[in-house]
Design a protein around this ligand. Structure first.
Ligand code: ADP
Ligand code: MG
Length: 592
């Protein structure tokens, strides 16, 4: 993903102008202090943008990690006399370990349970801070040392400004690098559910935990800065109340955009400050009235500007260049294809029961390398369920499924994928906001190995170039190359199905499973698809195809398996199956 254009002069100019804030004489000291806090909150908001906006995990508990960072440094400096610099590794460790533990429990929660879970632990941590004697209970710890650099104290806002914003800049660069990588694609693909990502080899639980811990580390560093800017810590800034404010920053600025986090932190912090002075005067009594305004603001934003304010803001900046495809990038290694005619998939008496319903009833069939096998049957016959058994999404109630000499039963979808099986979905599962190219590149996830850290440090560029080149090659192959930079959601449904085929091809599979690929395609598009599939077969690919359109299946397949009410009622060469009375009965109700 390219979030901002790489116009180095523009960014350098903006950064330099920003760096002048503390030295411009007419800017009051009060505003410089405000910018210091904006920087600190930006760090938390950037983490939340990744966690909530990009990864789709809503957390109200981010303030707790700020608290972990702040208290760790407060205790080590006040009780043990450490310098604030020396506590940074400890801060990172505390935030990282606590996030790993909380994350292991929390990120597995789905839907509304995840935000509820984050509220629950942030309340308990708040009371933990407030009740432990060593942490000074609700009074907290005061008299903390300020940062100093080569003997120069950074106690004043105009100096610590540079330290804080240096950290923000680093977070922006590192976060953007992460999003624009193999792991970043995996994280961004989480938003639409994890099934597609899992079936291309992404360890989605691990990817979730990674963003969770990363966001907590940013919050921890923010807490570290906070402790030594404020020179005191107490529980109140780290409660759920603050957690909601941080979430508002991420949502308001632009969930999904790193710089949106900074924008959100800026708006919320300034607005809060102004409202705190204006509202009590207007209303005529004291109170945290800004909270009410923020609540309303959050609801309004969620209603009218889901993407937050950053996209509106970004229109005035130069547009980012789309990802370049480097023709010279090294081609990815291919897996050896099984010899033509060799048995590669064997389903034996596979059975799937959902309660009392037998969706797949002791079905057996075989697929040999180099064939296109059609799996047909009326709606509800059990075709998609059979696909889910073969791909490891469902575990059969009984029976055996062997693929390339391995037993599939008991394996996870990503383990099945690693054996060389790739699939498309009956209900298209592309990440709507990601470009077609990036969606397709997700298919090559298992053909790369670079992780989070090398992405952050930009050590993954040659592998990344190879992955994108492969994605472009497959898009070329299926005829969607001119659409590669568009968001997947902008394609017609038929094209989205084809894009899913390209994504599956990126895995370099020896067996391709297509669930109703021709549904929603126009006649000419169907013909093109038939040509593509025949060509893939000619190149040695094996295809298992679920399809409704009998014409399409008849012309294309070598072998047909017919299901009705979960039971195999016929199989054989297409022309023979087409004359089978049981098949005619199932399809046409007996009328020829
Ligand atoms: P097809 O793809 O052939 O149209 P499916 O395999 O999707 O059919 O469904 C076969 C039967 O299994 C249907 O009756 C469907 O309602 C049922 N079914 C599929 N998935 C589930 C599930 N997760 N839980 C309960 N019933 C299911
Ligand atoms: Mg189906």
């Amino acid at each position: 993903m390219r979030e901002f254009s790489s116009a180095p002069l523009l960014w350098l100019g903006l950064i330099l102008a920003f760096a002048c804030i503390p030295i411009v004489p007419c800017i009051p000291a009060f505003w410089i202090t405000l910018w210091v806090y904006i920087g600190i909150y930006s760090l938390v908001a950037i983490g939340l943008v990744l966690l909530t906006g990009v990864g789709g995990m809503t957390s109200f508990g981010q303030a707790a990690f700020v608290g972990f960072g702040a208290y760790t440094s407060a205790v080590l400096t006040s009780r043990y006399g450490w310098s604030p610099w020396a506590t940074l590794p400890a801060v990172v460790l505390t935030a990282g370990v606590s996030a790993s533990l909380l994350g292991l429990v929390t990120v597995r929660l789905s839907g509304h349970f995840l935000p509820l879970g984050t509220i629950a632990w942030s309340i308990s941590i708040f009371y933990l801070f407030g009740n432990v004697e060593e942490l000074g209970r609700f009074d907290g710890i005061s008299g903390l040392p300020a940062f100093d650099l080569f003997g120069v104290s950074l106690a004043s806002a105009d100096r610590v400004f540079y330290l804080v914003w240096f950290c923000v800049l680093l977070a922006i660069v590192v976060s953007s690098n992460l999003l624009d990588s193999r792991m970043g694609r995996a994280i961004r693909a989480l938003r639409g559910g994890s099934q597609a990502a899992e079936s291309f080899g992404v360890k989605t639980a691990y990817a979730k935990l990674t963003v969770f811990v990363y966001a907590a580390l940013l919050a921890g560093v923010a807490g570290w800065l906070y402790a030594h800017v404020q020179r005191a810590v107490s529980p109140s800034p780290f409660g759920v109340h603050a957690g909601i404010e941080f979430l508002l920053m991420a949502v308001l600025g632009g969930s999904g955009y790193v710089l949106g986090g900074v924008l959100g932190a800026t708006i919320v912090t300034i607005l809060k400050d102004q409202l705190q002075s204006v509202l009590p005067k207007l209303i005529g009594s004291d109170g945290n009235f800004e909270t009410i305004v923020f609540g309303i603001l959050m609801v309004v934003i969620l209603q009218v500007a889901r993407q937050g304010l950053w996209p509106m803001f970004a229109r005035f900046l130069p547009q980012p260049k789309p990802q370049q495809i480097h023709k010279s990038a090294m081609a990815l290694p291919r897996r050896p294809m099984p010899d033509k005619g060799r048995l590669i998939l064997s389903v034996e008496a596979a059975r799937m029961q959902f309660g009392g319903l037998v969706a797949v009833n002791d079905v057996s069939f075989k697929v040999n390398a180099g064939e296109i096998v059609g799996l047909i049957g009326p709606n509800g016959a059990g075709k998609s369920t059979t696909f889910n058994l073969v791909t490891g999404v469902l575990r059969p109630t009984a029976g055996s499924i062997r693929f390339m000499d391995s037993q599939i039963v008991g394996k996870l979808p990503r383990e099945v994928a690693a054996l060389g099986m790739a699939r498309t979905f009956q209900h298209v599962k592309l990440a709507a906001q990601m470009s077609v190219l990036e969606n397709v590149a997700l298919g090559a996830h298992l053909r790369g190995g670079r992780g989070t850290l090398s992405a952050m440090l930009r050590l993954d560029r040659s592998e990344e170039a190879s992955l994108l080149r492969e994605a472009a090659r497959q898009l070329e192959r299926v005829g969607l190359i001119e659409h590669m930079h568009k968001p997947a959601a902008s394609l017609a449904l038929g094209q989205q199905r084809i894009a899913e085929i390209a994504r599956a091809l990126c895995l370099d599979p020896c067996l391709l499973l297509l669930d109703e690929p021709a549904a929603g395609l126009r006649f000419a598009e169907k013909q093109q698809l038939a040509v593509l599939l025949a060509q893939l077969r000619a190149e040695g690919m094996t295809i298992l195809l679920v399809e409704h359109d009998m014409d399409f299946v008849m012309k294309l397949t070598n072998h047909l398996v017919v299901l009705d009410f979960g039971t195999k009622i016929a199989e054989g060469a297409p022309d023979v199956v087409a004359r089978n009375p049981a098949v005619l009965e199932a399809y046409l109700g007996g009328v020829e």
